[in-house]
Design a protein. Structure first.
Length: 104
């Protein structure tokens, strides 16, 4: 993976799901992340059922959205720091140690 692609991926992951450009509310993406499967396995059946009974499916989608929002609010997912920030933190620690040695 190139560094530009890695940069884009980490920026996308920091953006909250409802604010991302590639999701509507991020409901299926969040469920897929939480349960560990591809969200397209939920998107396809919901899209097919949307043609059959749109009111029920839209209500179910919004209900799932509220459920996902509530679970994310009460049980927040701890995000891992990206490697770039770890390197910056290590550099800052080295500078701090060097400054302490100079002061002593």
């Amino acid at each position: 993976m190139s560094t530009a692609a890695a940069q884009f991926e980490t920026e996308e992951r920091r953006t909250p799901l409802p604010m991302r450009a590639d999701t509507f509310l991020g409901v299926f993406e969040a469920i897929g992340e939480d349960l560990g499967f591809n969200p397209n396995w939920l998107r396809v059946p919901f899209a097919a059922l949307l043609l059959w009974n749109p009111e029920v499916i839209i209500a179910a989608y919004l209900g799932l959205g509220c459920l996902v929002a509530a679970t994310r609010w009460y049980f927040p997912v701890e995000r891992k720091a990206n490697p770039a920030s770890k390197a910056e933190a290590a550099d800052a620690d080295e500078v701090e140690v060097a400054e302490e040695r100079l002061a002593a």
